[in-house]
Design a protein around this ligand. Structure first.
Ligand SMILES: [Zn+2]
Length: 325
């Protein structure tokens, strides 16, 4: 805005009614949020310029739309912006993304997030799983040194699904009708090394074949696998050809040879379970999204800032390794 235009605008502000002043304040607030989120989004392309369609790195600026820079690929001629091909593509209300990311970083429920960000509950729910799609996919791909593995179980849930129910809905999470392992429990394998790298797997079955498929590509050949003597895990370690150190917790043994234990993975599992309680049971269909969410916030001892969470959501500067304390 030119200086003389601004002078007129500035003087006109004095004639606003209180209601109009409120509208202008809200508008400026919204613009401020968009101005802080846009550079973060644009940095995706600036960090690694590549066409989302063919992967070519020769791209050129091509106007702008929806407040974002557009690009055109010189190889395949596709046009795109920094969000094309990401789970956040075409998602509206960018001015609320940072606030929403803070809600996720703080682990709030859908109801709480919807009210805090002034969006409909359905929007808050849809956003949750769009925001969690990338963090879910970004788990450790290689564990080195001493790795600890543990199996844990989550109650099978069709929450939010109206069709294809195998049984009547449980109210607010509920309990399994049969105790212990049963078809009502979904097995999850959690594996963690001493650098804090973590990978988790929702398994169809907690048998040797399924565990082996998860662990084989994950564990370096010289890794040592510590478990709480689970038979299937031991059999998998033999199959992969790595050293297995079973810790007989049932016999009161906690640590073997001073370094072999499963305390990191067990502590992680406890934090995960405690954190999950607030959701009163999660739909099995989305379970891995929640595991990814927990993995992301678990990497910090202190509260995670919204920009860090949104960066992870956008796949920017994602650092998996962080030292365990
Ligand atoms: Zn291309």
């Amino acid at each position: 805005m030119k200086a003389d235009e601004f002078k007129v605008f500035d003087e006109a502000l004095e004639n606003l009614t209180p209601h109009q002043r409120g509208l202008v304040t809200a508008h400026l607030h919204k613009l401020g949020h968009i101005q802080s989120v846009t550079p973060l989004i644009e940095s995706r392309i600036q960090a690694s310029p590549a066409c989302p369609k063919c992967g070519h790195s020769h791209i050129a600026h091509w106007g702008s739309a929806s407040g974002l820079q557009r690009y055109r690929c010189k190889a395949c001629k596709a046009t795109f912006n920094a969000l094309t091909g990401t789970p956040l593509a075409r998602l509206r209300h960018k001015d609320k993304w940072l606030d929403y990311a803070q809600q996720l970083a703080d682990g709030h429920t859908v109801r709480h997030s919807a009210s805090a960000c002034d969006v409909h509950r359905n929007t808050a729910f849809r956003w949750r799983h769009r925001f969690l799609a990338l963090p879910n996919a970004q788990k450790a791909t290689r564990l080195v040194g001493i790795a600890e593995a543990d199996e844990t179980f989550f109650l099978k849930s069709f929450k939010g699904k109206k069709q294809g129910m195998e049984r009547a809905a449980r109210k607010h999470g509920g309990k399994a009708t049969k105790r212990g392992l049963s078809a009502e429990q979904i097995p999850v394998l959690i594996c963690r090394d001493r650098t804090g790298s973590t990978a988790d797997f929702v398994l169809d079955k907690a048998d040797k074949a399924h565990i082996s498929a998860a662990l084989k590509p994950l564990l370096a050949s010289d890794a040592v696998l510590c478990t709480d003597s689970a038979k299937a895990l031991g059999a998998v370690a033999r199959e992969i050809g790595i050293t297995h150190r079973p810790i007989n917790l049932a016999a009161g043994i906690r640590v073997v040879a001073k370094v072999y234990h499963v305390q990191n993975v067990n502590a992680y599992d406890s934090r995960l379970k405690m954190w999950m309680q607030r959701f009163h049971g999660v739909a099995t269909h989305y379970l891995s999204n929640y595991l990814g969410w927990r993995r992301l916030v678990d990497r910090r001892n202190s509260a995670m800032p919204s920009t860090a969470f949104l960066s992870a959501v956008l796949g920017i500067n994602y650092v998996q390794q962080e030292t365990v304390t």
